[in-house]
Design a protein around this ligand. Structure first.
Ligand SMILES: Cc1cc2nc3c(=O)[nH]c(=O)nc-3n(C[C@H](O)[C@H](O)[C@H](O)COP(=O)(O)O)c2cc1C
Ligand code: SF4
Length: 486
């Protein structure tokens, strides 16, 4: 993972934990209205993909175990991991693109309801993404993938050469010379692997996105409703289709790119289509970026505009992440695909303890504050969720008391200790396993292997009933916690 060059080592500091009485009067543990629903407290477990679904996207006992463990801590809400809305092979990503996925997802909602005593509300994150291929071997790229054009022939004065001769010549050229011959997209396909963009409108399925996406999201939301979820979170963040449409880098000229209004158009049309399908009694929210954190990408001003537009379109919550883009990702090894969390924008998304002078804790708070204010100024009281390096009670409480956000997202902190909410609320804050922000979990995520936390995945691993990774080396969920005083 990329880290800021300053390399300052930070230690998480959760500060003083509240007594039971202090927790009882805390804003953090007070209810909040989210559209038609009330969350019992303003705590939130944001979406985290743990790579536990089957290779064809179904819920497994390991998926159930993962969410059951979070539900035991009884946060206000849990957002189930990014789940693909199309009925296409997507590796071990969870899927909701067909009715055959409903049965497994129903089991999931029932599991969470039971484990949290009905206290925790459950949403599912709906994801669309474009195609990306692995980085090819250079020889294969020149022999098989590159389409030879007149521009290539002109650049190497090879108008009457056979295609094979052109391929062989290009394959023998050095990197510097290739830069004069290949287009930037061809160079990217060689160095990183081919990746589709929302701006590739010469491809019919990309130009057709406005015609297909609203319905795909709406149908997925309907399935989520059938499976018993309390709502959906439309994934408009990071490196995926909707975030790419929102980005300043989207210069589509068909009314869905260019100006902010046009970039917001398909995301807004999608919110409307989803709402029309599920009605007003089902929560519809979205997650988007407070900043793209890449050259030429969206700023907080763009996000403030989008926040107000999404609120106007009727979302029930706005959840803000940051960064996590392809544009600045590290070059993958040959045979691997580019991973969007490996560059500076990836750092902003999941900041690690080795950081710059700002540190990894709460980097998203100030931008989110500005976006929330813009939404309020536009006349909407839509609740806003902030996430990023939040692990302490006082830190969370200060954000709420300062009207910087309405709900606090704890992603890695919940993974480090899914009982955080229960422990802090019951006056057992000193028993919290505080996240060290090492990103050990994130490295597992990057390899698409089951995500666990280094603070507990080897503890009591051989105790009876403990489910482990296929290699038997790591337990899959955190050990149970019982307070000393019962
Ligand atoms: C293992 C892992 C998987 C993640 N998967 C998702 C995801 O599916 N969707 C999403 O929007 N964010 C995802 N994230 C980002 C988190 O939701 C969160 O925004 C980020 O970790 C920063 O919050 P934190 O500092 O509280 O961990 C993931 C993070 C981790 C560590
Ligand atoms: S492995 Fe555990 S301690 Fe390290 S960042 Fe992930 S959740 Fe935090």
């Amino acid at each position: 993972m990329w880290r800021p060059p300053e390399r300052i080592r930070w230690q998480p500091d959760p500060g003083i934990w509240p007594t039971t009485a202090e927790a009882a009067s805390a804003l953090l543990f007070s209810p909040v209205q989210v559209g038609p629903l009330t969350l019992a407290q303003r705590t939130w477990v944001p979406a985290m993909v743990p790579w536990r679904a089957t290779d064809d996207g179904f819920v497994t006992p390991e998926v159930l175990g993962w969410y059951e463990r979070f539900a035991h801590g009884r946060p206000g809400a849990i957002v189930v991991e990014a789940t693909g809305i199309r009925d296409i092979p997507s590796g071990p990503l969870m899927r909701i693109g067909d009715d055959r996925f409903i049965a497994g997802l129903t089991e999931l909602t029932e599991t969470v309801r039971k484990a949290s005593g009905g206290e925790t509300r459950l949403f599912i994150q709906l994801l669309d993404f474009l195609s990306i291929r692995r980085r090819p071997e250079a020889a294969k790229y020149f022999q098989r993938f590159l389409a030879i054009t007149e521009q290539h022939r002109a650049a190497i004065s090879a108008h009457d050469w056979s295609e094979q001769a052109v391929r062989d010549h290009l394959a023998a050229m050095d990197e510097g010379d290739l830069e004069q011959v290949l287009t930037p997209r061809e160079l990217e396909a060689l160095r990183f692997g081919y990746r589709e963009r929302v701006t590739d409108t010469d491809l019919a399925h990309i130009s057709d996105l406005p015609a297909v996406l609203p319905d795909l999201f709406a149908q997925a939301a309907q399935r989520a409703m059938a499976a018993g979820f309390d709502g959906v979170e439309l994934h408009y963040a990071h490196a995926y289709t909707m975030a790419s449409l929102l980005s300043r880098l989207n210069d589509r000229d068909d009314g869905y790119g260019g100006t902010r209004e046009h970039r917001a158009r398909l995301p807004v049309e999608t919110i409307r289509a989803v709402r029309k399908t599920v009605g007003d009694d089902f929560v519809v929210g979205c997650r988007f970026l407070s900043e793209d954190c890449i050259d030429g990408g969206n700023t907080v001003d763009d996000a403030a505009f989008f926040g107000a537009e999404f609120a106007r379109a009727g979302v029930d919550f706005l959840s803000l992440s940051r960064g996590g883009k392809f544009e600045d990702a590290k070059q993958p090894a040959v045979g691997a695909a580019t991973y969007p969390y490996t560059g500076p924008s990836g750092y902003e998304c999941m900041p690690q303890f080795i950081s710059d002078a700002r540190g990894p804790f709460g980097r998203n708070v100030e931008p989110v504050h500005r976006i929330r204010q813009a939404v309020r100024d536009a006349g909407y009281d839509t609740p806003v969720v902030v996430t990023g390096g939040i692990h302490g009670f006082q830190q969370a409480e200060d954000i709420l008391r300062g009207d910087q956000a309405d709900i606090i997202g704890f992603a890695r902190q919940s993974l480090a200790d899914p009982d955080w909410f229960h422990k802090v609320k019951s006056g057992h804050g000193e028993a919290v396993r505080v996240c060290e922000y090492t990103n050990y979990c994130e490295a597992l995520d990057q390899k698409h292997v089951p995500v666990t936390c280094k603070l507990w995945d080897r503890v009591d691993r051989d105790a009876p009933g403990v489910r482990k990774t296929p290699d038997g080396k790591r337990r899959l969920t955190a050990p149970a916690w019982e307070p000393d005083d019962g």
